[in-house]
Design a protein around this ligand. Structure first.
Ligand SMILES: Cc1cc2nc3c(=O)[nH]c(=O)nc-3n(C[C@H](O)[C@H](O)[C@H](O)COP(=O)(O)OP(=O)(O)OC[C@H]3O[C@@H](n4cnc5c(N)ncnc54)[C@H](O)[C@@H]3O)c2cc1C
Length: 398
């Protein structure tokens, strides 16, 4: 790809996107929003230029951009209105990069462009009632039947399942192997007979994640992602991209930084908070931390893309971005005083959403375990069931 200049990118983006103004306010991370249309229109409008997933190959909705071009495009995109892409985030940020790393050519040809153009939404069916932090213990089973697999079991906390067209689903294909080894990854259309999605309501009143019951649902072997028994490796790629913030941009006001004063600071200014020296001090601290958090996520995502083997950097990035989100939410909420307790109060939805940030995508404790063991070289925690055949382990015997 030839060199890109700021002027070129800006003028091309101007053809397809509306510029952000000081008054632009957008929702963040799906909190309080069920709008799919804005995101769909944005992705459909940017896919031909490869603007939203610039590092993907052109034929799949990217533009084969280098990391520096990707960073330039990301920076300039923040001058434009990018809607909340929460409904599309699993496909764009996690499934897409995993397909580029582990998918067959046909899978990439069939699935990537619909993801990039917003015409297909994916969800992530990993967690189960007894397998969250200890994800390798998933019990949903897949039995081979000719060219098909028959899946049965239960997933939970499946975000976006009620909007999704496809799920990426981690299943146990060989219970006689130790827990990490008997797993295989599948793609599964969410409307497959035998798949029942039941939304759960969160404390921020969104019903964006679901329990998913699966009973004798049939998946083609052609939908298997990676080799049989290699599901853990694929899952690790997906999770590392989730922690690093994904291979694409999120969108929403929460991610708007750089050229102009971010929306959340303008909101504080409107509330009169920004005039107080003590509040100013807090705002600038959070703003700085947020910048570092963004660069850390970018670095982790670039490293993951460049090495094809995502490392623990994503855990550090996730811890930082969670802290950033929480600090911002709590500051907004506190600045509203007693009105912050009202459900239409400033920062209320973000405050109610904030605790979940420490859980989704792997809890803070699990990220610290990863950093402790893989970065600091601390002794690993006891893992008694690691080498035991899964069907002889406590979970397998349940
Ligand atoms: C808003 C939201 C969206 C989600 N979306 C999805 C999704 O789309 N798809 C999906 O598959 N999952 C999703 N999840 C599930 C999420 O990944 C799990 O909730 C998370 O991994 C924790 O698992 P758990 O809830 O089973 O808690 P548990 O694993 O039971 O953990 C309970 C507590 O014990 C701590 N703990 C557990 N093990 C250790 C350990 N070894 N060392 C120290 N502390 C430990 C945990 O940190 C936690 O505090 C979502 C969760 C939330 C809240």
């Amino acid at each position: 790809m030839t060199e890109l200049t700021e002027e070129q990118v800006r003028s091309e983006l101007e053809l397809v996107l509306e510029r952000r103004s000081a008054d632009t306010r957008l929702t963040t991370m799906g909190a309080g929003s069920d709008d799919l249309e804005d995101g769909r229109q944005y992705l459909a409008g940017t896919v031909d230029g490869g603007w939203h997933v610039p590092t993907w190959p052109h034929e799949h909705g990217g533009r084969g951009a280098s990391p520096s071009q990707n960073a330039l495009i990301g920076r300039l995109l923040r001058e434009f209105i990018v809607p909340d892409l929460y409904p599309f985030a699993i496909g764009l940020g996690m499934v897409g990069p995993a397909l580029l790393a582990h998918g067959t050519q046909k899978q990439q040809d069939d699935w990537l462009r619909p993801i990039a153009s917003g015409s297909s939404i994916w969800c992530q069916m990993f967690s189960e009632p007894e397998a969250g932090s200890d994800l390798a213990n998933v019990a949903l089973k897949a039995d081979r039947d000719g060219d098909e697999w028959v899946l049965s079991g239960q997933k939970t906390w499946t975000s976006r399942a009620m909007w999704a067209d496809w799920a990426i689903c981690l299943a146990r294909t060989d219970p006689g192997q130790p827990k990490h080894k008997g797993l295989t990854m599948f793609a599964l259309p969410i409307d497959t007979p035998g798949v029942d999605v039941r939304p759960l309501t969160q404390m921020n009143r969104d019903a964006h994640f679901s329990e998913v019951f699966v009973e004798n649902a049939r998946a083609l072997d052609a939908w298997r992602i990676g080799d049989i028994g290699e599901g853990w490796r694929v899952a690790m790629t997906v999770l590392a991209h989730e922690r690093a913030g994904g291979g694409s941009r999120g969108g929403g006001d929460g991610n708007a930084r750089g050229i102009r004063v971010p929306g959340w600071i303008s909101d504080l200014r409107d509330l009169g908070v920004a005039e107080d020296r003590l509040w100013q001090n807090e705002v600038v601290k959070i703003y700085s931390h947020d910048g570092v958090s963004r660069w850390t996520s970018q670095r982790a995502a670039d490293e993951a893309r460049a090495s094809g083997a995502p490392g623990p950097a994503g855990s550090g990035a996730k811890l930082r971005s969670v802290k950033s989100y929480k600090d911002r939410a709590y500051l907004s909420n506190r600045s509203a005083g007693c009105y912050g307790m009202l459900s239409d109060g400033h920062g209320y939805i973000e405050t109610m959403t904030a605790p979940s940030m420490s859980i989704r995508g792997g809890t803070d404790e699990i990220q610290r375990n990863i950093l402790g063991e893989r970065v600091l070289g601390l002794p690993g925690e006891p893992r008694l069931d690691r080498d035991v055949p899964w069907n002889e382990s406590r979970r397998g015997l349940l």
